[in-house]
Design a binder for this molecule. Structure first.
Ligand code: ADP
Length: 227
């Protein structure tokens, strides 16, 4: 079998090690995400989902263990390489959209591509294409404050996919929306993941959404187990 798109092995993480408030969050996490898989990560609040996603997405460093993306070992990379790999290979979606308020939807989706060296017109073309794919094309010229919560989150999906990453990491991506909008927006996200064939790890409290993914993992006592 080929290498997993994302592989974590033996990941440990303790905050405030050796200091007051020490908290061991991850204790030997093993996880493999295959190409095209959409996997739910379910656990109660405080169990370490965000910590795990941040380590998997190279935003934080584990105390021990190995992170591989596309078969390449990410341990020991310097900050600049990590940032470069993260920009190219990983898309992040959060519970809140975190769009830049002073830029339009189109610009918000074009900006990460510009940071990756894509020319302005090509970046805007791709941004428009993605926005149209999620039904926000007609709102492309609006700033985030003029968009609904569902539209804002759809734009955030486009931004996460703008650089055609291998891996999509999402932390409660519909957690801030009313149930009906959450359902529609999740459907959009599923469509995007399926169309692009990328692999997604999606943390959620929502067991109904988890059941619509390929499989569920649980975070239990600092380890990942089958759901
Ligand atoms: P979840 O996403 O499942 O809610 P988190 O990964 O955010 O869980 O947090 C796991 C535990 O680690 C919690 O007890 C949280 O308080 C603690 N924690 C998270 N980030 C930090 C940090 N930067 N410093 C200290 N403790 C932290």
């Amino acid at each position: 079998m080929s290498d997993p798109v994302l592989g974590l092995s033996g990941i440990d993480k303790t905050y405030n090690k050796g200091r007051p408030g020490e908290v061991q969050v991850l204790a030997g996490v093993d996880l493999a995400l295959e190409k095209g898989e959409m996997v739910a990560l379910v656990a109660p609040s405080g169990a370490g989902k965000s910590t795990l996603l941040h380590i998997a997405g190279l935003l934080d460093v584990a105390d021990a263990g190995r992170v591989e993306i596309g078969g390449a070992d990410m341990s020991g990379l310097g900050d600049r390489r990590r940032t470069r790999v993260r920009r190219a290979e990983v898309g992040f979606i959060y519970q809140f959209h975190h769009l830049l308020p002073e830029f339009t939807a189109l610009e918000n989706v074009a900006l990460p591509q510009r940071a990756n060296g894509v020319a302005r017109l090509a970046a805007e073309d791709r941004a428009m294409h993605l926005l149209e794919q999620v039904g926000v094309g007609p709102r492309a010229g609006h700033r985030p404050s003029a968009l609904s919560g569902g539209e804002q989150q759809r734009v955030a999906f486009c931004r996460a996919l703008a650089n055609s990453p291998r891996v999509l990491l999402a932390d409660e991506p519909t957690g801030n929306l009313d149930p009906e909008t959450a359902d529609q927006v999740f459907e959009t996200l599923t469509g995007l993941v399926r169309d692009t064939g990328l692999s997604a790890l999606i943390a959620t409290h929502n067991l109904g959404l988890a059941a619509r993914m390929d499989r569920t993992l649980k975070l239990d006592q600092g380890r990942v187990v089958a759901g």
